[in-house]
Write a protein that binds this ligand. Structure first.
Ligand code: C2E
Ligand code: MG
Ligand code: MG
Ligand code: MG
Length: 296
């Protein structure tokens, strides 16, 4: 299949089912091998207090550093890892790398902030998840309040009763929890209020509807306002995902959402590039240059 000369790896523009199955199979084999060869790398994206620019926490986002294709984003391999069970090998690797990274940053004298890790459906419902995570984190000598876990709304809804039990165990073990991609899973409000989570991340598809002029009467704006209100009424920390434009930042701040994550502040970065930002402890979008704090 390599002779096809397709760039970027595993993206196929053919409609042939056979070919797709073949590619998928190859991806699975390669991923298994990549896992053994330690080809997974973790990038970090800051979550910023949008009023002050302060970095509040980071989200860990896995990438696969493929020897032939270079960095492959998780959207290309996590779904396959989910359906093949390989995710159960990936999750612990990500957790271990994050713990090691926190230690490295601490050794470098950087004030470290909590790191959020994504858990997919298979991982959440795997037997003994909370116990396994807690013992790994204990072995790594990381205080659990340095870690947060994100699960999507649809993962939580897959089996709400079980999810509540597992999330409660994670919470009791000292970890923070957030609902990711909020608004995409059609969870009812009563369900949301039953989940033992502390944070809610507004999916970036909603943030994208806040247009640059940020007309607050547009339907997109109304929905985002309602989500912020819902989150706050449930006493949840509300984070906006995918903040790309200053007008979105302004709208969110004006409507009481102070935490944001997105390209306006920073792309997900490899640890070496994250370090200078952690040293400063804050990010100001280029559109709003901060007074001469940096570089003086
Ligand atoms: P997510 O958890 O919702 O992560 C946010 C995604 O939005 C990331 O994509 C991030 O790079 C992207 N993003 C952040 N800011 C912006 C922005 O301003 N504009 C746009 N257009 N995109 C933005 P990424 O890194 O490709 O990750 C995609 C998904 O893969 C994640 O969505 C998460 O569900 C999953 N994932 C990533 N790392 C892991 C992991 O370690 N384990 C598991 N199970 N899933 C992971
Ligand atoms: Mg996430
Ligand atoms: Mg998300
Ligand atoms: Mg997402």
């Amino acid at each position: 299949a390599k002779a096809d000369g397709e760039k970027g790896g595993y993206r196929f523009y053919t409609t042939s089912l056979n070919k797709q199955l073949e590619e998928r199979f190859r991806l699975e084999q390669d991923l298994r091998q990549g896992l053994e060869r330690n080809e997974l790398v973790v990038f970090y994206q800051p979550r910023v207090h949008m009023g002050s620019g302060r970095i509040l926490s980071l989200e860990a986002l896995v990438r696969w550093n493929h020897p032939e294709f270079g960095l492959i984003p998780p959207g290309r391999f996590i779904p396959v890892a989910e359906s093949t069970g390989l995710i159960l090998g990936i999750g612990p690797v990500v957790l271990e790398k994050v713990c090691e990274q926190i230690h490295q940053w601490q050794r470098a004298g950087l004030t470290t902030v909590p790191v959020a890790i994504n858990l997919s459906t298979q991982e959440l419902y795997k037997k003994n998840l909370a116990r396994n995570i807690a013992s790994m984190v204990r072995a790594a000598d990381i205080p659990p309040n340095m870690l947060e876990f994100e699960i999507t709304e649809s993962t939580a809804m897959r089996s709400m009763g079980e999810a509540i039990t597992i999330l409660t165990q994670l919470w009791e073990a000292g970890f923070s929890l957030s609902i990711d991609d909020f608004g995409t899973g059609y969870a009812s409000m009563s369900y949301l209020s039953n989940l033992p989570v502390q944070g809610l991340k507004i999916d970036r598809s909603f943030v994208a509807q806040l247009n640059r002029e940020s007309d607050s009467r547009r339907p997109g704006a109304t929905i985002v306002k309602a989500m912020i209100g819902l989150g706050h009424n449930l006493d949840l920390g509300v984070i906006a995902e995918g903040v790309e434009h200053p007008a979105q930042q302004t709208f969110l701040l004006e409507n009481g959402c102070h935490m944001g994550q997105g390209f306006l502040f920073s792309q997900p970065l490899p640890p070496s590039e994250m370090e200078p930002l952690l040293r400063i402890g804050a990010i100001w979008p280029q559109y709003h240059p901060a007074p001469s704090v940096i570089g003086t």
